[in-house]
Each structure stands twice: as structure tokens, then as C-alpha cells.
Ligand binder design. Structure first.
Ligand SMILES: Nc1ncnc2c1ncn2[C@@H]1O[C@H](COP(=O)(O)OP(=O)(O)OP(=O)(O)O)[C@@H](O)[C@H]1O
Length: 259
């Protein structure tokens, strides 16, 4: 009952612009595997929204549908006012996957330039944007290094630059700071919040609680279902837990997970 009240309270927070993401009854089956099972999701413009759940919960499948890379088995996903999949949304969306999509034999700058060109950026504007993102990820001094020679954290930063270069309105980040050192992690989250302030909507998929605490709202996902959503404070307060991990266990395992 209380859980329903929390759901209702949160779903009442609608913004005048409508929703950047509006999903209804989204399901996805791969043969006999049900990856998503009737997900309803409304995300407002400029939110920093977290998808939190264990391995295999369905987070990546959900993101791939929202990016237009997969067609759902049933239900609808409206993104930026368009029913997905719709290629017209491609320019407005950035997606940083768990596995990087960098070309090993190109330099960092050449990789970023390649992605910028795919989005139609040219000439001085393109080179200025590349300089801008190199500053953000703090790799300007390594811009000519061949990607195959980079450390894991540097690869992550280079991938980040490739998805930021066309300034997407909607950014999907799959475990964005795994393998990144604490100092840069702080800087990246500061930058993500700045992007939010500029109106960019961020969807962050994670099973790391530290990362989830940075989101303004979260959905707990398990076995392809959305268990609950709310702000980190609301979810902890409701479950009377001192951290999100325990709150998640509360919802995924019932009363046994309670602190
Ligand atoms: N192309 C596919 N073919 C078959 N099964 C798939 C496919 N993609 C995903 N699945 C299955 O769907 C389920 C959800 O997977 P998904 O990758 O969405 O989970 P996830 O929450 O992102 O997990 P993780 O945190 O480990 O990345 C899993 O059982 C997975 O094996």
C-alpha cells in the first residue's frame, strides 16, 4: 500500500515540457528468455535518471530499445516525441556502451574525429568540439596516442569523448565510471551535473551504489521488471535503510532485505 503511494507520488511529478522518455508496457523476449517484462517509464527533460539492478536485470536491453537499436516485442517507447525505433532521433542521442567502440589503430583524436564526422561535424567547428571534449576528459596531452597503447581508464575517457562530441540532448551511459580513478570520477560526475544544468538528460545504468547516489531519480530493475522508482533519499527513507544496496534488497527480496 505504502509502496503504491510512493509510486503515485513520484509519477505525479510531471513537467510542462512532457517527457523525453515515455514507455508503456515494454517487453522484450529473446527466444524463451524474457529480458523485459512490461516496463512503464516516464523520464522528464534534464533529469539524471539511474537504472539500478543486478547482472542480467534488463538494463542494457532497455537502453538499446530507447536508443532505437532493438525493436521491443510489445509495448511502446516514445523518445523525444518519436516512437522508437526512429532514425530521426540518432543525432540527438549519445550512447556509451560497457564495451568501448574505439578503433585500436587510430589515435584518440582520430577516433573522436571519426565519430564527429559520422554526426556531420566538419572543419573548424569539428576541431573546436574535439578540443572541447579532450579538455573535459583531460587527455589533450595524449591526443596523438594510439588507442591500443592506452590504460583501461584512458580508454573509458576516450569513449566518453566520442559520445559527447556531437552534444547529444539525451545521453545513455552504461556504467560510466567503472575503471576510472576517483579524482576523474568526481570530475566526470561534476561534468554530468553541468550537462543536466544545460538541459541534457542523462540515463545511467549501473549496479554501483556510489554512482546511483548521483542520480536525481532511480528505478530498481530486476528480472526485467521495474520494482520501484524514486529519489535516492525517498527510496532509503521508505525502506528505512542507510544505503541503496539494502533498499534494493528490500524490494528484490521483500522484508528479508530490510535493515
Ligand atoms: N541478444 C540477446 N540474445 C539473447 N539473450 C539476450 C540478448 N540480449 C540480452 N539477453 C538476455 O536478456 C537478459 C537481460 O540482459 P541485459 O544485458 O539487458 O542485462 P543487464 O541488466 O544490462 O546486465 P549487466 O548489468 O550484466 O550488463 C539476460 O538474460 C541476457 O542474457
Amino acid at each position: 500500500m505504502l509502496r503504491q503511494e510512493l509510486k503515485t507520488k513520484i509519477s505525479d511529478t510531471k513537467n510542462d515540457q512532457g517527457y523525453i522518455i515515455d514507455c508503456s508496457g515494454l517487453s522484450m523476449k529473446f527466444g524463451n528468455i524474457t529480458a523485459l517484462n512490461g516496463i512503464d517509464l516516464k523520464i522528464e527533460y534534464g533529469e539524471n535518471y539511474g537504472l539500478l539492478g543486478p547482472n542480467g536485470a534488463g538494463k542494457t536491453t532497455l537502453i538499446r530499445i530507447l536508443c532505437g537499436l532493438l525493436k521491443p516485442t510489445s509495448g511502446s517507447a516514445v523518445v523525444l516525441g518519436r516512437n522508437m525505433p526512429d532514425r530521426a532521433n540518432n543525432y540527438h542521442i549519445g550512447y556509451m556502451t560497457q564495451m568501448d567502440a574505439l578503433y585500436n589503430d587510430l589515435s584518440i583524436r582520430e577516433n573522436i574525429r571519426f565519430f564527429a564526422s559520422l554526426y556531420g561535424l566538419k572543419g573548424k567547428k569539428r576541431e573546436d568540439r574535439i578540443d572541447e571534449v579532450l579538455d573535459i576528459i583531460r587527455l589533450k596531452d595524449r591526443q596523438d596516442s594510439i588507442v591500443a597503447t592506452l590504460s583501461g581508464g584512458m580508454r573509458k575517457r576516450a569513449s566518453m569523448a566520442c559520445v559527447l562530441v556531437h552534444r547529444p540532448k539525451l545521453l545513455f551511459l552504461d556504467e560510466p565510471t567503472v575503471g576510472v580513478d576517483p579524482k576523474l570520477r568526481c570530475e566526470l560526475w561534476k561534468y554530468f551535473h553541468e550537462l543536466n544544468d544545460e538541459g541534457v538528460t542523462l540515463i545511467v545504468s549501473t549496479h554501483i551504489m556510489d554512482e546511483a547516489e548521483h542520480c536525481n531519480r532511480l528505478a530498481f530493475i530486476s528480472d526485467g521488471r521495474k520494482l520501484i522508482e524514486g529519489t535516492p533519499a525517498e527510496l532509503k527513507e521508505y525502506t528505512r535503510c542507510d544505503n541503496l544496496e539494502k533498499s534494493f534488497l528490500y524490494f528484490s527480496e521483500g522484508e528479508h532485505g530490510r535493515a
